[in-house]
Design a protein around this ligand. Structure first.
Ligand SMILES: NC(=O)c1ccc[n+]([C@@H]2O[C@H](COP(=O)([O-])OP(=O)(O)OC[C@H]3O[C@@H](n4cnc5c(N)ncnc54)[C@H](O)[C@@H]3O)[C@@H](O)[C@H]2O)c1
Length: 319
């Protein structure tokens, strides 16, 4: 049994991660301030003997944690890119920049104090609007330091720099996971990421809103697969200082996703197009050969299966 800190555990990926860690009989301490997560996401764990919650903003001085810590997963950060969402990184710019930089710094120090293994949740956004397809971990990206998305992209890039520095110069077992678009049950509706928007709009027979002409592509990973990959990365020895992409390689246009959701929900929704979004990447697809080679990980949930589970979740929460 490992004693594990998960920051951002009340979020989409964090709560899936905690579910799987508890299933493996680990002891989990979640640190979250509910900035973009939800208390409901933690409800299933609250009575679990191996779970505890520290409600705290990790950009503030960290609370003292008694006893040893084996692993730290640092996932805390706003993640939605939708300008219209009150919990997107556009709406929470300072919070986003600080949690990925100052927060990361403090959690790296905590890891050092405990000689703990550390994973920083980075993102495919560090590749920016990529000029290489698919994106390998060795690709340095095409990112604006000052554009609208830089608050997220550059904060993540600096979080990576900090993690790499601690691994290289302070001999911490620090690792970086570059997560690509992830979806699944439990996403907050006001988060307004693409699929949660499509599913909730379709279930209410409202117009499905697409930014631009919908020919931009996305590869969507199912949250249980993403969480499983991140845990496999943590479990594996001798990967200090590594960077690994985790995501799905099944690429579809945004328009295709909208049609799939309409079909699977049997919705009467129409598709409408809204103005294009500045800096919206046109294509994103991970090269996951490193994850396959080093972790023996690959996604196992089909898009149709994942979408059906997600649709069932929102059907139940809308009742
Ligand atoms: N979901 C994706 O598609 C995706 C893709 C790439 C990277 N990521 C990264 O994975 C991580 C988790 O993403 P998610 O989709 O689960 O996001 P989410 O918004 O659902 O969860 C993030 C969690 O972090 C918490 N949090 C934010 N700031 C905090 C702070 N200062 N102190 C304590 N807790 C704080 C929030 O309350 C929330 O529970 C993030 O770091 C995100 O950047 C996600």
């Amino acid at each position: 049994m490992k004693r594990i800190v998960v920051t951002g555990g009340a979020g989409l990926i964090g709560s899936a991660l905690i579910t799987q860690l508890l299933e493996k009989d680990h002891n989990v301490i979640c640190i979250d301030n509910f900035l973009t997560g939800s208390r409901e996401a933690l409800t299933p764990f609250m009575t679990h003997a191996n779970f505890s919650l520290i409600e705290h903003d990790v950009t503030m001085p960290l609370p003292k944690i008694d006893g040893h810590i084996d692993w730290i997963f640092h996932l805390a950060s706003p993640a939605s890119p939708n300008h219209n969402s009150p919990i997107s990184y556009h709406s929470l710019p300072m919070e986003t920049m600080m949690v990925n930089t100052k927060g990361t710094h403090q959690l790296l120090d905590l890891a050092l104090q405990h000689n703990a293994r550390f994973i920083f949740a980075s993102t495919s956004e560090v590749y920016g609007d990529p000029l290489e397809h698919p994106q390998k971990e060795s690709y340095n990206g095409n990112v604006s330091t000052t554009g609208p998305r830089s608050i997220y992209d550059e904060a993540k890039r600096f979080g990576e720099t900090l993690t790499a520095y601690y691994a290289r110069d302070k001999h911490l077992d620090g690792r970086i996971v570059r997560i690509f678009n992830t979806y699944g049950p439990g996403m907050r509706k006001d988060d307004q990421r693409m699929l949660v928007n499509f599913v909730t709009q379709a279930l209410e027979n409202k117009d499905i809103t697409i930014y631009g002409d919908g020919t931009q592509t996305r590869s969507l990973g199912y949250v249980k697969d993403t969480a499983r990959g991140i845990i496999m990365y943590m479990e594996k020895d001798n990967l200090a200082g590594e960077i690994i992409n985790i995501g799905s390689q099944v690429e579809h246009t945004v328009l295709e996703y909208a049609h799939m959701v309409i079909k699977l929900t049997g919705s009467k929704s129409n598709i409408v197009h809204l103005h294009d979004v500045t800096d919206d990447p046109q294509r994103r697809q991970p090269d996951i050969s490193k994850a396959k080679l080093l972790l023996n990980w690959q996604p196992t949930t089909s898009l149709e299966q994942g979408m059906k589970e997600m649709i069932a979740y929102y059907q139940n929460t809308q009742k």
